[in-house]
Design a protein around this ligand. Structure first.
Ligand code: IMP
Ligand code: MG
Length: 175
């Protein structure tokens, strides 16, 4: 099936939104250090851009997860592909994610990380698609709320492609 990609959030809008989120984090944490946990691969572009605007000491770690089961039916079971390198006990942790959709991934992950006793745990997501939510997941920091569209760019992929786009585009299938 042929498709095209329509700009949903321009490069400029995205940059502004990310700066706004960074300012909120700067205001809330002050000089407290933060430990960012980037969910790869999708969260990488957002995390690097966001972290450039943070004023406190920042450390980073990476985690890779994937949903079990078929692509069409979200099972709610999440598999850890790559765990964190360092313990998070006693640290002020912010999870940095590309998009929250059904909420299955984040609900599972936040519960798992909470068990590791961080001093605090917050969720920061570039995009939120609340219309498809199945779990009670509420981002603490949010770039943009979007409609129920399949989006690509700035870390988000369609069949592993388009992560490198410097804007967010919606995939539109031709009739
Ligand atoms: P959730 O568990 O349903 O919230 O799924 C979240 C994950 O699904 C995200 O981290 C993305 O990897 C992927 N995802 C959800 N919506 C989109 C989209 O519109 N484009 C690309 N990936 C998406
Ligand atoms: Mg993801």
């Amino acid at each position: 099936m042929s498709y095209r990609i329509e700009t949903l959030i321009s490069k400029e809008e995205l940059a502004k939104g990310i700066e706004r989120v960074a300012e909120e984090i700067n205001r809330d944490y002050g000089q407290k250090s933060v430990h960012l946990i980037c969910i790869i691969k999708g969260g990488v572009f957002f995390m690097t851009e966001l972290s450039k605007h943070l004023n406190m000491d920042v450390t980073m770690d990476f985690m890779a997860v994937s949903s079990y089961g078929s692509d069409t039916v979200s099972s709610g079971i999440v598999k850890i592909i790559k765990d964190l390198d360092e313990p998070i006990e006693g640290r002020d942790v912010i999870i940095v994610e590309d998009i929250v959709d059904t909420g299955n991934t984040m609900e599972y992950l936040m519960e798992l990380l909470r068990d590791r006793k961080p001093s605090s745990l917050k969720l920061c997501t570039m995009l939120d698609k609340p219309s498809r939510r199945l779990k009670e997941v509420h981002p603490d920091y949010l770039g943009f709320t979007i409609e129920d569209k399949f989006v690509v760019g700035f870390g988000l992929d369609y069949d592993q492609k388009y992560r490198n786009l410097n804007y967010i585009g919606a995939v539109v299938f031709d009739e």
